[in-house]
Each structure stands twice: as structure tokens, then as C-alpha cells.
Design a protein around this ligand. Structure first.
Ligand code: XMP
Length: 317
């Protein structure tokens, strides 16, 4: 039978044998998968693991600073790279969902490659790919139809010529969390909701500006903190807010407003392949909606997404 402890033992032993004195570079995302992959590799090869954590400017509010801190506390050899401007530039005036993903994927590869080039003698690329990523890449992004390109699979540029090591390739998310727990990773970090690689860019429908990112970060923080305050966070598989490319008429005091609409989304799932919207309490939705509209300048309307996957997807883009 599969146990997290046995998985850690055999995986660390296999990684030691496979990598030997080699060096591995790994991109941390702040999420559970890349973190667990990094800790496994760290156990196997220690200081020969070089982690890079890129701020693409599309992370949640304050995420870059706080997560970088946590990584250092975990003893990981990690470099934080703030490339926000570069990503915003790459996304300028781009509103097509697939082209936004491509622009982000390309910018990420450029930044990552710049950093990797500064390291000498690296021969491996570590990745936190898990089983559903493998499946979705094969079946969804087949040769004829690309529904969504998940840039964390198959995005390796030829010129990097690195061998790939993916210690979590056979695991589902709940197993990844159990392995993380087994290795003593902080429960809060392990319980974090999944967050897409392209970040808030695919939750800002249409083109991206620094101002829209700021608005969505504020809205998202109110929603997520509200879920935590109401003890709902751990009952939800994934949650977030979407900034719609729509203005609606509202009234503030005795002034007419014409401002942005945000959608809140919370889903239940086990692997992201199918998902049901969550029946959040009306009182909770009421409080969060009031906070958002009262505190976030530029938003005058909040809606709740009641679509399941399929036929909708979790993200709107
Ligand atoms: P969808 O929207 O396809 O999302 O139902 C399923 C799960 O995948 C995440 N997601 C992504 N993750 N790069 C990622 O790393 C992406 O381009 C991407 N698109 C969607 C999404 O947040 C959900 O957990």
C-alpha cells in the first residue's frame, strides 16, 4: 500500500541515484506542488538544488514577499526575482486568452533562462508536475484541439537542453499534500488553494493593466480572507475573483457611478478535472460583497458564479 513515508523514502533514494552530484534548477510558484517537489529534492541533493521564485506581478496581494520569506525559513536555496514590469510589458494590449497565456509562458521562460544561465553546471530542471497536469496536457491539449495551454508542461525551450526531473508526476493533489505533511511542511502552506501559473492575468478578462491587477488583488484578498475568517477556506478546493470587462451603473451617495463588475468563484473538486460550485452561505456572500464594494475603489457590483465544470471551466479564460 502507498504511504507518504514510503513515498518520501523511495523518492529521495531514487533522486539521489538519478542526480548524483548534478545540479538542479527549479522554479517555485508559491504553490503546494512546486514546494513539495523542492523539499523532496532538497532532501536528496541539498545545496545542489537552486530554486528561483519569479514575481510575475500577477500573484495575489503581498504573496511574493511573504512566500519568499517562508521558502527561506524552510532552508531552501532560493532566489526571488521581481520581473513584474517585464510581464506587464509582455501583456500590454493583449486580450486573447491563449495569447495572454503564451505571452506569460514566454516571459517566464526568458526570465527563468536568464537566471539559469547565471548558474554554472546545471543539468537538470526540476518541476512540480502532478498527475492531472500530465493527463490534461495529453488529452486536452492534443494535436488538434488546444482548449487551454498549461505552460508548466512541455514548455521547456530547446536551448535549455536540461533533463527534466518530476518527482510528483504520479501523484494526485491530496497525495502531494500528504507527502508535504510527512516532510513537516507548514499546514497553512499545504492547505493553500491551487493557483494558476498565469495568475491573475487569466482572471482579468481582456487586457491587463497595473491598475486592474491592483483592483483584483484587493478584491481577491477580501474574498480569501473572508473565507478564512468564516472557516470556509479549507472546505473549498479553490476560490478566487474575476474582474469582468464590463461596467455597470450604480449609485453611491447621490452620485451615479459607472464601474467594474467582479465575479466571485469557489469550487469543490478533487483534481480540477471536474468541479462543482460551492453553496457558500448567503450571510457570507453578503458580508464579502459589502466589503468589496465599500472598500475597493472602481468596483460597484459583485456577482457569484454558479457554474460547474463541465461544461464551464474553473477559470474564465
Ligand atoms: P480549468 O480552468 O481548466 O482549470 O478548469 C483547472 C485547474 O487548472 C488551473 N489552471 C492552470 N494552471 N496554468 C496552470 O498552472 C494554467 O495555464 C492554468 N489554467 C488553469 C486552474 O486554476 C484550476 O485549478
Amino acid at each position: 500500500t502507498w504511504t507518504p513515508a514510503a513515498f518520501v523514502d523511495t523518492t529521495v533514494a531514487t533522486l539521489k541515484e538519478q542526480i548524483g552530484d548534478g545540479k538542479v534548477v527549479l522554479g517555485l510558484s508559491g504553490g503546494v506542488d512546486s514546494t513539495v517537489a523542492a523539499i523532496l529534492l532538497n532532501k536528496a541533493i541539498g545545496g545542489n538544488l537552486y530554486c528561483i521564485f519569479v514575481n510575475n506581478g500577477l500573484l495575489r496581494k503581498n504573496e511574493f514577499e511573504s512566500v519568499l520569506h517562508q521558502y527561506k525559513d524552510m532552508g531552501l536555496n532560493v532566489k526571488g526575482v521581481d520581473a513584474s514590469e517585464r510581464f506587464l510589458e509582455a501583456l500590454r494590449n493583449e486580450s486573447d486568452p491563449e495569447r495572454k497565456r503564451k505571452a506569460i509562458g514566454n516571459a517566464f521562460i526568458e526570465v527563468f533562462d536568464d537566471e539559469a544561465h547565471q548558474l554554472t553546471g546545471v543539468d537538470w530542471l526540476g518541476q512540480g508536475t502532478i498527475y492531472p497536469d500530465v493527463i490534461e496536457s495529453v488529452s486536452v491539449n492534443g494535436p488538434s484541439v488546444t482548449i487551454k495551454s498549461h505552460h508548466n508542461v512541455g514548455g521547456l525551450p530547446d536551448f535549455m537542453k536540461l533533463k527534466v526531473v518530476e518527482p510528483l508526476r504520479m501523484l494526485f493533489k491530496d497525495e502531494v499534500r500528504r507527502v508535504g505533511k510527512e516532510m513537516g511542511i507548514d499546514a497553512e502552506l499545504l492547505g493553500r488553494h491551487p493557483f494558476p501559473g498565469p495568475g491573475l492575468a487569466i482572471r482579468i478578462l481582456g487586457d491587463i493593466t497595473a491598475e486592474k491587477v491592483r483592483i483584483l488583488q484587493e478584491v481577491d484578498a477580501i474574498f480569501i480572507n473572508g473565507l478564512k475568517k468564516w472557516d470556509l477556506y479549507d472546505q473549498v478546493w479553490q476560490a478566487g475573483a474575476i474582474l469582468l470587462p464590463v461596467n455597470s451603473v450604480g449609485v453611491m451617495g447621490d452620485e451615479r457611478t459607472y464601474e467594474k463588475v467582479v465575479a466571485l468563484r469557489a469550487v469543490q473538486s478533487t483534481d480540477g478535472m471536474t468541479a462543482d460550485w460551492v453553496n457558500l452561505p448567503y450571510e457570507f456572500l453578503q458580508e464579502v460583497s459589502n466589503h468589496i464594494i465599500n472598500r475597493v475603489k472602481g468596483v460597484n457590483r459583485v456577482v457569484y458564479d454558479i457554474s460547474s465544470k463541465p461544461p464551464a471551466t474553473i477559470e474564465w479564460e
